[in-house]
Design a binder for this molecule. Structure first.
Ligand SMILES: Nc1ncnc2c1ncn2[C@@H]1O[C@H](COP(=O)(O)OP(=O)(O)OP(=O)(O)O)[C@@H](O)[C@H]1O
Length: 328
C-alpha cells in the first residue's frame, strides 16, 4: 500500500518585476509523479531550488498544486486537507516553532495540548519522545540554550506528538555538525517501519544511509528514481581517486598517470607545499591503485595520500545530464 502518492504534480509561481505587472512564471515543480510504500523512508534529493520544498509543501497542504493530484495516507491533499494534517507530522526546520524560554519537556507538553491529547497519554508520549530523540537528559533545560542539532531533534519530537503515520522532514540535518547529524539520522532511521518518512536532502550519503528509495529532482522534474544502490551503480561508473604525491611535479605526474590503462582521465593537477594533488577518474579503482602506486615509486615519487572519493550528488547529476538516463 502507498502512504504517499503524487501524480503529475505541478506548481508555478509568478515572479513580479518592477515594471511588468504580470511578471515571469517560475515552474518550481513540473510533472512530478512518485509513490511511497507504507513503512519506508523515501528521499527527494536535489540542489538548491530544485523543487524539493515546494513538493513537500504541496503534500503537506501548505501550498495548492497548480495541477496534478496527491494523497497522503489515502486522503487527497486538496479536498481532504484536515484528514491529511491529522495523519502528518512535518519538520520544515529553521529556528521558528519552538519556545526558547521554556524547557524541552514544556514545549512538547504545550504543543501536545494544542493537539488535544489527553493528559495521561500526553505525559507518557512526551517521555517516550524525549527518549527517542536522545533529549531525556536535557528535558528540563531551556530550549534557548540548545544547539542547532538538539533543536532539530526537538522539532522531530514535536512532529511526532500526535503519532502520525506519515512524517515529512525538509533537510533535517542541514547546518548540523557531523556528530549531531549522526544522532539525528539514528532517530530518523528508527521511525520506519512504524512510520512512512519522506525527507529532502542535499546529501547523497544521507539518503544512502536512510532511504529505501530516492528520487533525484532537478529543475522541478524527477530525473531518476531508484534504490540507493541502483543510483550509486550509475554514479559509480565514474570512480575517482584523490592522490597527493611528493617528489614529482604535478604536470609531469599528470601526464604519466594518464598513460595507466585503468585511469580514464586526470583532473585538477595542482601543487601545494611542494606536493602534487590530483583527482583521477578510473575505469577500475582497485587496478588503478596498483598501477598508480607502482608508477609513482618507479619514478622516485612518494605517495602521501591515496583515497577513494565517494560519489556525490554532483556525480549523480553529471552522470544523468550526460544523457545516460532518460527522464522518467
Ligand atoms: N513563494 C515563491 N515565490 C516565487 N518563487 C518561489 C517560491 N517558492 C519557491 N520558489 C521558486 O521555486 C523553485 C523551487 O524552490 P524550492 O524551495 O522548492 O527548492 P528546494 O529544492 O527546496 O531548494 P532548497 O534546497 O534551496 O531549499 C526555486 O526557483 C524558487 O526560487
Amino acid at each position: 500500500m502507498h502512504a504517499i502518492e503524487a501524480e503529475h504534480l505541478r506548481r508555478t509561481f509568478q515572479r513580479r518585476g518592477w515594471l511588468r505587472r504580470r511578471g515571469r512564471e517560475i515552474v518550481a515543480v513540473d510533472d512530478v509523479t512518485f509513490a511511497v510504500e507504507a513503512g519506508t523512508i523515501y528521499g527527494l534529493l536535489g540542489h538548491n531550488g530544485a523543487g524539493k520544498t515546494t513538493t513537500i509543501k504541496m503534500l503537506s497542504t501548505l501550498l495548492i498544486p497548480t495541477s496534478g493530484r496527491a494523497s497522503v495516507a489515502g486522503f487527497d491533499v486538496v479536498r481532504q486537507e484536515r484528514e491529511v494534517r491529522r495523519r502528518l507530522g512535518v519538520v520544515l526546520g529553521g529556528d521558528r516553532g519552538l519556545y526558547g524560554k521554556i524547557s524541552a519537556r514544556d514545549n512538547l507538553l504545550y504543543f501536545g495540548r494544542l493537539y488535544g491529547l489527553p493528559r495521561e497519554r500526553l505525559l507518557r508520549r512526551v517521555e517516550e519522545l524525549l527518549e527517542l530523540v536522545g533529549l531525556a537528559d536535557r528535558a528540563d533545560d531551556r530550549v534557548e540554550g540548545f544547539s542547532r542539532g538538539m533543536k532539530q531533534r526537538l522539532h522531530l519530537a514535536k512532529a511526532l506528538l500526535h503519532d502520525p503515520p506519515v512524517i515529512f522532514l525538509d533537510e533535517p540535518t542541514i547546518g548540523l555538525d557531523p556528530a549531531a547529524a549522526v544522532s539525528l539520522r539514528r532517530a530518523i532511521k528508527a521511525l520506519a517501519p512504524e512510520h512512512t518518512v519522506l525527507l529532502t536532502t542535499h546529501y547523497l550519503h544521507e539518503a544512502d544511509e536512510l532511504c529505501d528509495r530516492i528520487a533525484i529532482i532537478d529543475h522541478g522534474r524527477i530525473v531518476l528514481e531508484d534504490t540507493p544502490s541502483g543510483i550509486k551503480r550509475r554514479v559509480d561508473t565514474d570512480q575517482r581517486l584523490r592522490l597527493r604525491v611528493s617528489g614529482l611535479p604535478a604536470a609531469t605526474l599528470a601526464a604519466m598517470l594518464e598513460s595507466c590503462p585503468a585511469v580514464r582521465s586526470v583532473a585538477l593537477p595542482a601543487s601545494r607545499d611542494g606536493e602534487a594533488e590530483l583527482v583521477l577518474k578510473c575505469h577500475d579503482r582497485a587496478r588503478a591503485i596498483d598501477e598508480v602506486v607502482g608508477l609513482v615509486h618507479r619514478q622516485g615519487g612518494r605517495i602521501e595520500v591515496i583515497e577513494a572519493l565517494e560519489p556525490t550528488l554532483e556525480d549523480a547529476f553529471l552522470a544523468l545530464t550526460n544523457g545516460a538516463v532518460a527522464c522518467v
